[in-house]
Write a protein of this length. Structure first.
Length: 564
């Protein structure tokens, strides 16, 4: 989920009633001669941010994906003559806006973006060009159907921690993940046979980093990939693909997923995947020529929508980028994934972000302010589903890797829950440590939410937030430097190991940063939910259905234990 999807939509609505204006767009920056560089494609110049960081926006790493390049592996970026000013973000990759991003100035349901979108932004501390700094490549979230690099300015992380940060864009939704036999049969290169075109874009961006980042002061031999939500899911796919071997050296998974879809299900030969490739291809004419010449709008119109989002299979076991087996299984053997040092973590209250708009659990007061219908039920539903997110994204894969002999695995839980209160809506209760809330702490940038910042991030918590943010940035950067996330003056972060140790991240007033121990499991969740007096038998069964969605192979076990 993108950083300011549900949070931003909800809070913007509330703040509009309160009479607050949206942020004005900043004037375009001016080119700075000291940022002039020459890469393989040509000469370019960037600008200097307010904190002194050097920035280059919208640098193409691959060609346009329109026409004959659609549903093909990315082609090399064209060269240019003269000096090119890299001052503006590239257009986002094609996507539908939705009701969660009204402050972006675009009506929900509108198709935005360009197929000429494969670009990246580079953030460097000043005077980095003659050095060999760690490189951190950020992969944005958004369910792999929305988002863009413009949402994640990383100049503060780069300057604070003396690292190079690269923020990449990749094809989204139906243009990024699409399985169809005729495309494979007409492939011009081995990689064209893939169904994971968005993943191939990320691989191409890492190849570009390998070949060019030294010009900006980065060390191509020390690259960390990190991403949140779908970005974390994509980090997992890069860990699982042999095609990315040696392109990165550390990986951070923030609230990611280890799930994948079989090629047969993604294409529609088996299973019940919504938006299966063969069904969509038939709507667009069936032939490769018809698919590649179709208007982008027609491609998106061919897909069903659920809650304003396109539904389609993504991260596909295509036998090209990923093996023809569940991606999760790869992490049980060090020979089946890129066994670099790994951090994987979650936020304690992940699911509160999504349950906030579930009208079975919440209601709107005065049309804008979200309150729980039953706070105890709301908290219980969020607790168990958030714990299941942890089990599937932290405990199970970390345990599998540790058991396989991969010791360099670290885990965290982010617990910050000090959001403010606006009229009847108490964000400490309704959001807590929800999905995506950790991103401003990592990037040390608390202005991503526009007017909503003054509610979620209050002046009262500014000092403690900054302290936690700088500590988290230091951990992330220390990990990028040498593969061990231990920052000077902060508590040591141990391996996950046999004791299932996690680093709990919070402010001093709520216990601070500390190591906690103990593995969570599906069995423990079932036992705790079964005896939870906060929920009725019917409510328990509804929660169980959501839990089974995280572990479909255990659906019968979960439903039998909690719905009988």
């Amino acid at each position: 989920m993108r950083i300011h999807s549900i949070i931003l939509g909800v809070l913007a609505a509330a703040l509009t009633i309160g009479g607050c204006a949206q942020e004005k767009e900043a004037p375009p920056p001016s080119a700075a001669p000291e940022t002039a560089r020459t890469i393989a494609q040509g000469s370019l110049v960037g600008f200097v941010e307010e904190n002194g960081a050097h920035v280059w926006r919208g640098v193409p790493f691959a060609a346009s994906t329109a026409g004959p390049n659609r549903w093909r592996a990315p082609r090399p970026a064209p060269s240019w003559s003269g000096e090119r000013a890299m001052l503006s973000f590239a257009e986002r990759c094609p996507q539908l806006t939705n009701g969660f991003n009204p402050v972006e100035g675009v009506e929900p349901g509108a198709l935005v973006g360009s197929e000429d979108c494969l670009a990246l932004d580079i953030y460097a501390p000043p005077n980095a060009e003659s050095r060999a700094l760690p490189v951190m490549v950020w992969i944005h979230g958004g369910s792999n159907v929305s988002g863009g690099a413009d949402l994640y300015p990383a100049h503060r992380l780069a300057k604070n921690e003396d690292v190079i940060v690269v923020v990449v864009q990749y094809r989204l939704g139906p243009l990024g993940w699409f399985a169809y036999g005729a495309l494979r049969e007409s492939a011009q290169t081995p990689r064209d046979k893939s169904a994971n075109f968005g993943t191939l874009d990320l691989i191409a961006s890492l190849e570009w980093v390998r070949d060019n980042i030294a010009v900006f002061g980065g060390d191509p031999g020390n690259v960390t990939i990190f991403g949140e939500s779908a970005g974390g899911h994509n980090v997992v796919s890069l860990l699982a693909t042999p095609l990315a071997s040696d392109l990165f050296h550390r990986a951070i998974i923030q609230s990611g997923s280890f799930a994948s879809v079989s090629l047969s299900d993604a294409e529609g030969a088996t299973g019940d995947e919504i938006g299966a490739g063969s069904v969509i291809a038939a709507k667009l004419g069936g032939s490769v020529e018809a698919l590649q010449s179709a208007r982008v709008k027609d491609v998106f119109d061919a897909y069903p929508l659920q809650g304003g989002f396109i539904e389609l299979p993504r991260i596909i076991e295509d036998g090209v980028v990923l093996p023809s087996a569940p991606m999760r299984d790869a992490f049980a053997s060090t020979g089946r994934f890129n066994a670099v040092p790994i951090i994987t973590g979650v936020n304690r209250d992940e699911m509160k972000l999504f349950y906030l708009l579930d009208d079975r659990l919440t209601k709107r007061v005065l049309g804008a302010f979200f309150v729980a219908r039953d706070q105890a039920l709301y908290d219980a539903a969020a607790e168990y589903s958030s714990r299941m997110w942890r089990v599937r994204s932290v405990d199970e894969p970390a345990r599998a890797m540790a058991d396989a002999g991969h010791e360099a695995v670290y885990a965290y839980r982010f617990d910050w829950d000090e959001g403010g209160r606006f009229f009847l809506m108490d964000l400490a209760k309704m959001l807590g440590a929800a999905h995506a809330v950790e991103i401003p702490f990592v990037l040390n940038r608390f202005s991503l939410l526009g007017d909503a910042d003054r509610v979620l991030f209050t002046k009262k918590t500014e000092a403690s937030r900054q302290q936690l943010s700088r500590a988290m940035g230091a951990y992330w950067a220390a990990f990028a430097r040498d593969g061990a996330p231990n920052a000077s003056g902060a508590p040591d972060w141990p391996h996950y190991g046999a004791d299932a140790r996690l680093l709990r991240l919070d402010t001093e007033s709520d216990g601070g940063i500390e190591v906690i121990e103990g593995e969570d499991t599906v069995e423990a969740i079932i036992a705790d939910l079964k005896g939870d007096a906060r929920v009725t038998a019917e409510e328990r069964c509804e929660i169980a259905d959501g839990l089974a969605g995280w572990a479909p192979e255990r659906r019968d076990e979960i439903n039998s234990a909690l719905c009988s």
